[in-house]
Unconditional design. Sequence first.
Length: 187
Amino acid sequence: VFVMAIGVKGVTLEMAAIIGAIVCVLTGCLTEKQAYASIDWVTIFLFAGMMPVSKAMDVTGAGKLIAEWTVGIMGGSPSPLVVTAVLFLLSCGLTQFMSNTASAALLCPIGIAISQNLGADPKAVLMAIAVAASCAFASPVGTPPNTLVLGPGGYKFMDYVKAGTGLVMVCFAVSLVVIPMVWPFFP
């Protein structure tokens, strides 16, 4: 139902998801109790809390101010690839200790402002932020699955650092090659 609804003109992704959930309850695939229990309220409240912060950074000009400060530190007119690399590393660092959604929501307005400041298309920078925000490999607190296996696996914090750092470096290298090819800085 979800996939079919996406193809219908005028039905947004959000509407298709809600329609799919309602159909699951109406057809008996899920009980109302199961549907309600499956809602991740932490994520919903995180979105609800971070979206105003992100909007406020945009409206107040804080995102632009941070962007100008960042560009100034990088030498005034850095390469968009350097900016992408820096924001990738910053997003990846944040996501080791906070939600990937929160780190992306925090950095996206800054990435857009920096890209606009350089006259570059922000798509590549935003994709780098999104990919990096999903690289929560090097910390047990970066993502719930890491936390879930911490106790039963008998892992320590440094186990995540050892295993995850290599994965982060691979994602970093691949992203810096592939992302600008798919989303050029200057189309």
